[in-house]
Design a protein around this ligand. Structure first.
Ligand code: BV8
Length: 261
């Protein structure tokens, strides 16, 4: 699709997007922190509130920060784990999960580590940056510990039940490579999708941010959902301005009309 509908006539853009999505055979949904904003989880671009307001996630989500002060970085993840555990998937997450019921071959590629897509019902989710719901010892020999396996330990960070090393969340920190299987799957699905719906990402963190670019290069129609017109919006075919929790349910309702279901 060559011409890009500005968001000057939002209803037209939404109806066009719904027509494109309803006709898709291989829809990929690429999400960032913005899709969880309406679940009460701060995005990276906004500062947190309270204790963590004065810390920059880009400085905390690194192996260096963890080596320097493991207890401090662990406390940040413990705080975020608590926020995510108390959060509920919002209408945007649920709308994305509903697309999987309406269309064939829908896959979600997310940068988020909060697990809300899965809790909303999406069953094909690629977590490019790992998950905060699983832990491993720092040299990676023992993996897959759940929060319940370690919650009783007083020491921060808790110790690996197998080898006694400190544990860390199974997330990708800045400067660390992405899980090869997840990255390869995301790149292949992006190159093969016919429509990519991008929701709530500023598109600045690589290699994840290349996902929509791969899709567009391969000829997919790229639709961006974001309250702000930003770098990604300039490289998409359709821009739907607004929060995911509002736009996505409207989009799915219009897709249902197209599919007459
Ligand atoms: C790598 C997990 C190489 C952790 C994250 C120096 C050294 C090394 C690497 C680099 C370097 N300089 C640059 C790099 C590359 C670096 C990078 O891209 N840096 C950026 C800052 C320039 N990348 C890496 O380091 C990656 N690894 O390159 O390694 C390598 C290769 C092989 C072997 C060894 C090494 C790893 C990057 C992954 C980092 N981990 N998360 C954790 O979460 O704790 S990144 C984290 O930040 C998120 O996962 C996400 O990817 C990113 C935040 O971006 P967004 O999700 O887009 O969120 P953001 O807040 O930015 O934007 C929110 C958007 O939502 C906004 O547009 C807003 O308008 C919108 N919004 C707001 N409200 C709503 C909304 N949208 C919808 N609805 C709403 N209601």
């Amino acid at each position: 699709m060559s011409d890009r509908l500005e968001d000057s006539r939002p209803d037209d853009a939404l109806l066009t997007a719904a027509r494109v999505v309803a006709r898709s055979a291989r829809l990929a949904v690429f999400t960032g922190a913005g899709v969880s904003k309406e679940s009460g989880i701060a995005t990276f671009r906004e500062s947190e509130t309270g204790l963590w307001a004065r810390y920059d996630p880009l400085q905390l989500a690194t192996p260096e920060a963890y080596r320097e002060d493991p207890a401090f970085v662990w406390s940040w993840y413990e705080h975020r784990f608590g926020v995510a555990a108390a959060a509920e998937p919002n209408a945007g997450h649920r709308a994305i999960a509903e697309l999987e019921k309406l269309l064939p071959g829908v896959v979600v590629i997310t940068q988020n580590i909060d697990g809300l897509h899965q809790r909303a019902g999406s069953s094909r989710v690629i977590e490019l940056h790992g998950t905060m719901h699983s832990f491993r010892c720092i040299d990676g020999r023992h993996r897959g510990f759940a929060w319940d396996d370690i919650a009783g330990q007083e020491e921060k960070p808790p110790r690996c039940p197998e080898c006694g090393d400190y544990l860390r969340p199974e997330v990708v920190w800045f400067g660390e490579g992405l899980p090869p299987d997840a990255l390869n799957a995301a790149q292949q699905l992006s190159a093969r999708c016919d429509v990519m719906l991008v929701v709530g990402t500023s598109g600045v963190v690589y290699p994840a941010a290349a996902v929509p670019l791969i899709a567009r290069e391969a000829g997919a129609t790229v639709i961006d959902v974001n309250p702000e017109w930003d770098a990604l919006a300039q490289n998409c075919d359709l821009f739907l301005r607004g929060p995911g929790g509002e736009v996505l349910p409207q989009l799915v309702a219009a897709v249902r009309e197209h599919l007459d279901v």
